[in-house]
Write a protein that binds this ligand. Sequence first.
Ligand code: SAH
Length: 233
Amino acid sequence: MTFKATVLTLYPEMFPGHLGYSLAGKALEREQWTLETVQIREFATDKHRSVDDTPAGGGAGMVLKPDVLARAIDHVSQGDNRPRLLMSPRGKPLTQERVRQLAEAEGAIIVCGRFEGIDQRVIDARNLEEVCIGDYILSGGEPAALTLLDAVVRILPGVMGNDLSGVHESFEAGLLEHPHYTRPQVWEERDIPAVLTSGNHAAIEKWRREQALALTRERRPDLLPKDSQSVKK
Ligand code: SAH
């Protein structure tokens, strides 16, 4: 099944952006996923093609108009069961778990906000799932959509050269990943940890697991299961 991404944006030329390169780009060429962009402005009806207006209640900035955006959404979602996402700093933080669920869907319809945001009524009326990619404010939803799609596309079946390489990744097992090393054996007087060149696979696995646990405890204790957050190894 091909993952079908449809992105609603005022800047379609920002796509596929970095997703046109490397593994995601090759997968796009091979049609392992598809990307359609829709210019929201095409759904404006006045002669100036306006898509935004001043905020009700006053204040700085502009707000994307509900009628224009709803027409764009309806245009792409007729008889469509794909999740409808809105990139938004107020959304649920994106996790690898949600990324995995999305990768199993038929695709996604992704709305990119601009200005101060979009009229609340269209979020409610079209049941948009707000998704946040981190606790900071971007100037538009496009880089957020590209980030979300990057995370989804890389785990689609057959996209990564070595399908196993996703298994040990940070977050996949609820832990940060262990450190990596490669040749030369000694670099600036620093050695590769001896266990990694020992050929003892059980010892290597054990070392990696211990490193992953220690790193997670130190940097992201919030990722550890509740009952082990206070337990010392
Ligand atoms: N006034 C808003 C920010 C608007 S930023 C607020 O304070 O919540 C403009 C657009 O950029 C948003 O509509 C959204 O689509 C996108 N955006 C900004 N930061 C984001 C983030 N952390 N995650 C996802 N989308 C984001």
